[in-house]
Design a protein around this ligand. Structure first.
Ligand code: PLP
Length: 458
């Protein structure tokens, strides 16, 4: 029987207690950490929706795999296992392991970008753009306009706007484009998917002009689920088949193993071009480790190899997507403004509408994140003007159209009852939203400022 919200397709073998503190405790703690929930001790958080990165619960098979770790400095058997799994599931010729996704982004940016070249992408991601810019690249947003609007409901709201890409090629010339980076799904747009047709057309347009396409594969399994659910012709294909087909329309990918690979650490860069592979291997030894571990332990690599095989299980991915949809549906039913449609890895509260009394300079999403913790013990993360950072040339704040609080759901960790606690907290806060006070900077870091910045109430 197919239910709207399928029950957990697993049973719980090991548990971790979490504690609920008092509202007075949380008020004090939030002030002490400068209204930045990144500074909270995790033990002071009841339900932690800061990120879905590295927060996965591993399966019994993965835990058993840890015992199979071969910690040899070179040539670990777990590396050969992981390499063969990545080739089988992703379809690329060459694999370079890295400690996590940004390690792969760093290497790709170093080998594929010449200073001054453009790197078009379907909305920015924090670490991805950082590495592109650190290597002299200029990020250009080529996502469809609708992705910047929180209320437009589209099945594939993460798609590349081919006209925007064509316009860049016409204006600057193909040689001025380092490569095109396509993220599946689009994290900062609300976990919005990209259709197979759009992947195919983007790839065809690029190849006509000799431009390479690299996929940010971080949530490629979630993207595959949306294709299966929504795109004509894919309903009867398996998730494994869809994942593999997605990568046919690219020249390589960067992967954060901490998301869809169902592990707590790890990543890789995968490629088809032999020369790029040779260069990537030279760099991986400088930044990450030997090309047979890239910063991961043998046991990490084993857990990741097993995690990839589990991630394409139909029951797993359907439960994951629909559990998040359950949370979103409850919020929508109560009138709480969120980014629609509901995406793949979390719910994004629309702080612009939630905190309509606060101007964007007062960082409404950051203020809402702090207030939600105080209200309910739930930790989310700001994805608005604070995360967007400053323009590297002008020094001015980037002004994102989306000012959101991301409530990211870890994989296989929480139950529907936990989602009810989150929904109840958001709803009660929404009912007294005018009490949320704006923030100003006390300390603004120069790089990736959202991680370590500090604020006070205005
Ligand atoms: C997490 C993430 C990355 C970076 O991966 P890390 O493993 O955190 O270094 C890159 N792109 C997207 C879309 C991500 O969500």
């Amino acid at each position: 029987m197919v239910t709207k919200y399928p029950a957990e397709p697993f049973r719980i073998k090991s548990i971790e207690y979490v504690k609920m503190n008092t509202r007075e405790d949380r008020e004090k703690l939030m002030k002490e950490c400068g209204y930045n929930p990144f500074f909270l001790h995790s033990e002071d958080v009841y339900i932690d929706l800061l990120t879905d990165s590295g927060t996965t619960a591993m399966s019994d098979r993965q835990w058993a795999g840890l015992m199979m770790g071969d910690e040899a400095y070179a040539g670990s058997r777990n590396w050969y296992h992981l390499e063969s799994i990545v080739k089988e599931y992703f379809g690329f010729k060459y694999v370079v392991p890295t400690h996590q996704g940004r390690g792969a982004e760093n290497i790709l940016s170093m080998i594929a970008i010449k200073p001054g070249q453009l790197v078009p992408g379907n909305m920015y991601f924090t670490t991805t753009r950082y590495h592109q810019e650190a290597n002299g690249g200029i990020f250009k947003d080529i996502i469809i306009d609708e992705a910047h609007d929180p209320v437009i409901d589209l099945p594939f709201k993460g798609n590349v706007d081919l006209n925007k890409l064509q316009a860049l090629i016409d204006e600057y010339g193909a040689h001025q484009i380092a490569y095109v980076c396509v993220a599946i799904t689009v994290n900062l747009a609300g976990g919005q998917p990209v259709s197979m047709q759009n992947l195919r057309e983007t790839y065809e347009l690029c190849h006509k002009h000799g431009i390479k396409v690299f996929i940010d594969a971080t949530r490629c399994v979630e993207n595959a689920y949306f294709i299966q659910e929504r795109e004509p012709g894919y309903a009867n294909k398996t998730i494994k088949e869809i994942v593999l087909e997605q990568f046919k329309y690219s020249d390589g990918c960067t992967m954060s193993g901490k998301k869809d690979c169902l592990t707590n650490i790890g990543g890789f860069l995968a490629l088809n071009d032999e020369d790029m592979f040779t260069e990537a291997k030279e760099l991986v030894v400088v930044f990450e480790g030997m090309p047979s571990y890239g910063g991961m332990t043998g046991r990490d690599m084993e857990a990741m190899a097993i995690g990839i095989t589990e991630s394409v299980d139909q029951a797993y991915i359907e439960h994951r997507i629909k559990q998040i949809r359950y949370l979103g549906d409850r919020l929508l039913a109560a009138g709480v403004p969120i980014v629609e449609p509901i995406g793949g890895h979390g719910i994004f509260l629309d702080a612009t509408r939630f905190c309509a009394h606060l101007p964007q300079e007062q960082m409404p999403a950051q203020a809402l994140t702090a207030a939600l913790y105080v209200e309910s013990g739930v930790r989310g993360v700001e994805r608005g003007i604070v995360s967007a950072g400053r323009d590297v040339n002008t020094g001015k704040d980037h002004i994102p159209k989306l000012e959101t609080v991301r409530l990211t759901v870890p994989r296989r960790v929480y139950t529907y009852a936990h989602m009810d606690v989150v929904a109840d907290g958001c709803i009660s806060l929404y009912n007294k939203r005018e009490t949320i006070r704006g923030l100003k900077w006390v300390y603004e870091p120069k790089r990736l400022r959202f991680f370590t910045g500090r604020f006070e109430q205005v």
